[in-house]
Unconditional design. Structure first.
Length: 126
């Protein structure tokens, strides 16, 4: 009787080991997608800075921002404009086109419209 139990146990162990060593590839289920991240809120002491391009002018034409700030240009005119400075170039912006640039270094950044050079502006980073 003990031999019978040992024999059955041995068969079960061999069956379990053999099933773990099979050459059939195992598949893992697709991982659950990560939850969508919510955008980080703008710190309350940091302001959003926007320069509107309207009536062939930058408004405001001069802007002072703290280092690390992002300035957004929005073309409200029906013609293309292209804010361009030494450290940024928006490329042509159509009506309602938007361009953003983050200013990390303190300094004065003069810029103009590459299409209409008489349109000029200044970003002062402190």
């Amino acid at each position: 009787m003990i031999r019978k139990v040992l024999f059955i146990t041995l068969i079960l162990v061999i069956a379990i080991v053999a099933s773990g060593c099979s050459s059939t590839p195992t598949t893992t289920p697709n991982p659950t997608p990560a939850p969508a991240t919510t955008p980080m809120p703008v710190p309350q002491n940091q302001q959003a800075y926007t320069v509107n391009i309207q009536n062939n002018a930058f408004n405001p034409s001069s802007l002072q921002v703290p280092a690390g700030s992002t300035v957004k240009w929005v073309n409200l005119d029906s013609v293309q404009h292209e804010p361009k400075g030494n450290v940024f170039d928006s490329g042509p912006l159509n009506q309602n086109g938007v361009f953003e640039h983050t200013f990390n270094q303190a300094g004065t950044y003069n810029y103009a419209c590459a299409i209409h050079p008489s349109m000029q502006g200044t970003i002062t980073v402190v």
